[in-house]
Design a protein around this ligand. Structure first.
Ligand code: ADP
Ligand code: MG
Length: 291
């Protein structure tokens, strides 16, 4: 009988930086000696690319479609720093439910007791979270994950997706669903973006776990098919991901967030719109004086 495996789901809107953040987090945890699995749950199936030199791995669902009996080890591929990489895959576009795919993939691993056999410390699920579809709530709802984190920038659409996720977490919390660990603020380079995210977490009664800057080091590393931890281990960006990894490894207490309702969210956004205009106007007049 083994230790308890820490299972964490990372949500966020498409393109916000979930896979980039999760892969760097996995790499930093692997580097620190943890036994980690990254479980991609986005039908795009590219979650683990930068842990595997930019290559795609066969997905669980594709493999299950090809043969009736699958040994779970066939769909686990070791990546950088010993991180075990899995891609759940998705249904054929337009057919079926992505959530079912996640359940099927996780069941395969549970039945064959692969998580225990690999003696994992942490499993990170990388989940697309901007679709208003029950299927994607699976890791929260089915008790697959214990803690949920969301990746968000200060952009309204990404905050909107996070707020929707908070509604889901808050709803399922009554029936034993996963709770919220906090927000990983991504692409935060300016004071105002930080203030927008800070205000959002204050309003929804959660917190920011880490502020991750937008960095060309991430772009360069991605183009080499690598995480920043692998491609630029001495960079400041790598240290940001290491700091995030430490906090996630130490994280114990998650909570139920307080999502805003639609009207509140609109008003909140409108207020920030006015404040940003004011900031810009002041900066603009400052320049005019300077010229
Ligand atoms: P998601 O998994 O949420 O769909 P990705 O992780 O694939 O998003 O990121 C989308 C794009 O944004 C990628 O090209 C990635 O390199 C870039 N990106 C994400 N975070 C950062 C960052 N902090 N700095 C620079 N580029 C980033
Ligand atoms: Mg992704």
């Amino acid at each position: 009988m083994g230790k308890k495996i820490k299972q964490i789901a990372i949500y966020g809107k498409g393109g916000i930086g979930k896979s980039t953040t999760t892969s760097n987090l996995s790499a930093a945890l692997g580097e620190a000696g943890y036994r980690v699995m990254q479980f991609g749950c986005d039908p795009k199936s590219d979650s683990t690319n930068t842990l595997r030199g930019g290559t795609y791995i066969p997905t669980v669902l594709d493999t299950l479609r090809e043969k009736t009996k699958v040994d779970a080890h066939e769909v686990v591929h070791e990546g950088f720093a010993g991180v075990y990489c899995v891609e759940a895959g998705g249904p054929a576009p337009g057919v079926g439910c992505a959530g079912r795919g996640i359940i099927t993939a996780v069941q395969l691993f549970r039945q064959q007791r692969v998580f225990e056999e690999l003696d994992l410390d942490i499993i990170l699920y990388d989940v697309l979270g901007d679709v208003v579809c029950g299927g994607f709530a699976v890791p929260v709802r089915e008790g697959i994950a214990q803690h949920v984190f969301t990746v968000s920038s200060s952009d309204f659409m990404s905050i909107y997706a996070s707020n929707n996720l908070f509604k889901g977490i808050s709803g399922y919390s009554k029936s034993g669903g996963a709770l919220l660990g906090g927000v990983i603020a991504n692409s935060i380079n300016q004071d105002y973006s930080r203030r927008v995210v800070d205000d959002f977490v204050a309003r929804t009664k959660t917190r920011v776990v880490e502020y991750v800057p937008r960095s060309v080091t991430v772009t360069q590393s991605e183009l080499q098919g690598k995480t920043v931890i692998e491609a630029a281990p001495d960079s400041a960006q790598a240290d940001v991901y290491r700091s995030l990894a430490k906090k996630i490894a130490a994280h114990e207490e998650s909570a139920v967030p307080s999502p805003m309702d639609v009207t509140e969210l609109r008003e909140w956004a409108g207020e920030w719109g006015r404040r940003l205009l004011e900031i810009e106007r002041r900066a603009g007049s400052g320049n005019a004086i300077g010229v």
